[in-house]
Design a protein around this ligand. Sequence first.
Ligand code: CO8
Length: 260
Amino acid sequence: MNFETLLFQQHGHIGTLTVNRPKALNSLNTTVLQELKSFADQIRLNKDIRVLIITGSGEKAFVAGADIKAMQGMTPREAEEFSGMAQSAFNAIETLPFAVIAAVNGFALGGGCELALSCDIILASEKAKLGLPEVTLGLLPCFGGTQRLPRAIGLYKAREMVFSGEFYSAEACKEFGFVNRVTAPEELWNEAQKLAETIALRGPVAVAKAKQSLNTGFELHITDGLKQEAVLFGELFDTQDHHEGIGAFIEKRNPDFTGK
Ligand code: CO8
């Protein structure tokens, strides 16, 4: 996969995607957003991938938001389309059929924070600053922030973040409840890798269906969510992996899942 603004590497079952515009603090212009969507559409078909880590290039930023310079002079219609393009890219990331970890190495602001929120698990360096500063520009978060953040941390904390536009420390975001772990900057990569390796050892179809149950079930009434959970659970009994998992437990060995 060749992209102008993204770097992709795969080692075994773990993929790493780096947003690579360090001179503009990895901010999201049309090219990055189109490439993120195209990347998600392609990686979804890669049956070898079990975990994807997303990070930003350089030491300073994960993603410092939408490219503010590119937004200048947009008409209302163009702005709405730009928002739709980003939402579609982030939806594609959110619905990937494997776990996605955001390794937030620096500023994750505006669209950068919203990109992290479309990942399943967020790890952040002690140096990272996260926030939704759109109102400081006279705008509102429009890459999913007003929808995903309250679902993640509740309306009251989300209102504080969105209305204040402040940058928050990684530790404060952990307290808010949407950053899973905070690490020393030099440990972030190891921590993300270790977690990815752990998840990659688990049944890939089970992880994919658990993700579906968690993410789509969250939007449903609990009665429907529970029904869906039972259906997805039943579907796993059609996989070789469930024989392998249960067989390995009974034979007192580690399972060797194939994702079938
Ligand atoms: N867009 C474009 N360029 C950026 C961005 C950005 N979001 N962030 C940083 N850069 C550029 C700077 O302009 C600078 O470039 P140059 O060297 O050519 O002047 C370079 O990156 C380095 O940045 P700074 O010199 O500013 O670095 P500092 O360490 O002084 O500051 C900050 C770092 C605090 C991250 C600062 O750059 C900053 O505040 N950036 C903007 C953060 C922000 O407000 N992000 C939210 C943007 S809005 C959004 O994401 C969603 C709105 C969607 C609306 C879309 C509808 C059309």
